[in-house]
Design a protein around this ligand. Structure first.
Ligand SMILES: *Cc1c(COP(=O)(O)O)cnc(C)c1O
Length: 454
């Protein structure tokens, strides 16, 4: 990895010397930059060179160092997306792309990224059902489901269900479950956009089975139960369970949000697909990149006939996922424990030990760092109101922006004038990189010179 991020030279050349810049084609002949044109594309490398040349022209970079600086400034990949260490203490951070894929899922993505047998039976050489192995994996993980279908995300799963099962008809939904999922997107608007009508029942805090029963009629497409995944209603409340609604004679669709396939002991209040189907839901919808810990996608699990109708609907084609998503999802479902579950189940005492160890090392480097106890949360992906005891390395607040600009970039949390590196969502094997990032970010005055290298 290129980790040479020396600070701008103190004494930059000015005047004539700064203007005699090597030409771009001369720089491109540098073997390191030439190699980069094959890996990253010529335009991208030229852009990097142009930036360094501009800094040299401004006297910020010595002319003799232009090539070296350009090499150091080359991005790791041809895409601008950069890895970010999630030290926020929010396990599923939407701005950081929610769930981190497991090694197994990353390997599967890489293997599937060329041409692959996603829709081909290699034994016979003829076309096969797309994504059959991931559907098998889902049904094996959720035996309570007769069939499964995968779409782009949780919202797409709902849109497909509403379109295929309730277009021109009614979706019965509690007034307590008309939720906004974030960034201004509201489920009621999404459902109405499909041409279904919403039949609201009950009140914000109380909706009874009788409220639903009174609304069921010939126009009913289905009853929708939405898990309030980002807020909690407490106090004088009543909600009808799936088990209470299943006998009403119309399909019950349960949007569980988080994507847990089976109950998770660490989050006893969080709904899961198996329990909802056992309780009598006809269909469960969920996201793939929340607590399931997989790629962005939407799951539909349940009644074979309903799933068949969804999968055959023309809209299904527009919501279809690609081979990379299928590969990542299958490896997530079949593979080892995901980073998300590992973080969720982490032992607070071990987190504290890691924080002590890291803080101690950084203190030895002369930095103002100490271990502190913190509280982490699951995040927009589920379990509102649940806090998870955690531990962090506490640093001066000025570190936060410096860490964001580092390599690897680190997203910390600033609390009470301190920059906290919460370790619950940080995989343990990332600790050395975290320490490295802090050392690099250390303002020179705070660090004992040579300690900032390496
Ligand atoms: C997150 C969530 C959604 C939306 O899922 P996306 O995968 O973000 O499209 C829908 N319903 C609930 C209950 C959710 O928690």
């Amino acid at each position: 990895m290129d980790r040479d991020h020396a600070a701008p030279a103190a004494a930059a050349p000015s005047g004539d010397e700064g203007r005699r810049l090597p030409r771009t084609d001369v720089l491109l002949a540098d073997p390191r930059l030439d190699a980069a044109t094959h890996r990253l594309g010529r335009d991208l490398v030229k852009d990097v060179i142009a930036e360094v040349q501009a800094r040299a022209r401004a006297g910020e970079v010595p002319v003799s160092e232009i090539a070296d600086r350009a090499v150091a400034a080359l991005p790791a990949t041809a895409a601008a997306l950069r890895p970010v260490v999630n030290a926020t203490g929010v396990l599923l951070h939407t701005n950081l792309g929610r769930a981190a894929l497991s090694e197994a899922a990353r390997d599967a993505v890489l293997a599937a990224s060329g041409t692959t047998d996603v829709e081909l039976d290699l034994a016979t050489g003829v076309r096969a059902r797309r994504g059959r192995s991931v559907l098998d994996a889902l049904l094996r993980a959720v035996p309570a489901a007769e069939a499964a279908h995968v779409v782009n995300n949780g919202a797409a799963a709902l849109v497909l269900a509403a379109t295929a099962l309730a277009q021109g008809r009614e979706i019965i939904v509690s007034r307590g479950e008309m939720v906004e999922i974030g960034d201004g997107f509201r489920l009621p608007d999404l459902l109405v956009s499909t041409g279904a009508r919403l039949r609201e029942v009950g009140t914000t805090n109380r909706t009874t089975p009788a409220d639903y029963a009174a609304a069921v009629g010939p126009d009913t497409g289905f009853i929708l139960k939405v898990h309030p995944s980002n807020f909690r209603v407490t106090g004088f409340t009543r909600e009808a369970s799936v088990a209470e609604l299943a006998p009403l004679g119309v399909p019950v669709v349960a949007d569980i949000g988080s994507g847990l396939l089976t109950p998770e002991p660490a989050l006893p209040g969080e709904p899961d697909a198996t329990s909802r189907l056992r309780a009598g839901a006809s269909l469960v919808t969920a996201s793939g990149d929340k607590l399931l810990g997989g790629p962005q996608c939407g799951l539909l699990l349940g009644d074979a006939e309903l799933v068949r109708r969804l999968a055959r609907h023309p809209l299904a084609r527009a919501l279809r996922v690609d081979k990379i998503t299928l590969a990542a999802l299958e490896a997530t479902v079949r593979g080892p424990v995901t980073p998300t579950l590992t973080a969720l189940r982490a032992d607070p005492a071990e987190l504290r030990e890691r924080a002590e160890r890291l803080a101690g090392k950084l203190r030895a480097d002369g930095l103002d760092s100490r271990a502190v106890d913190t509280e982490a949360v699951v995040g927009g992906g589920g379990a509102p109101g649940v806090t998870l005891p955690s531990a962090a390395v506490s640093l001066p607040a000025e570190f936060a922006p410096l860490l964001r600009g580092g390599d690897p970039a680190v997203m910390a949390r600033v609390d009470d004038g301190r920059c906290l590196l919460d370790l619950r969502a940080v995989p343990e094997d990332t600790d050395p990189h975290l320490a490295q990032a802090v050392r690099q970010a250390a303002p020179r005055c705070a660090a004992p010179g040579p300690g900032t290298e390496n």
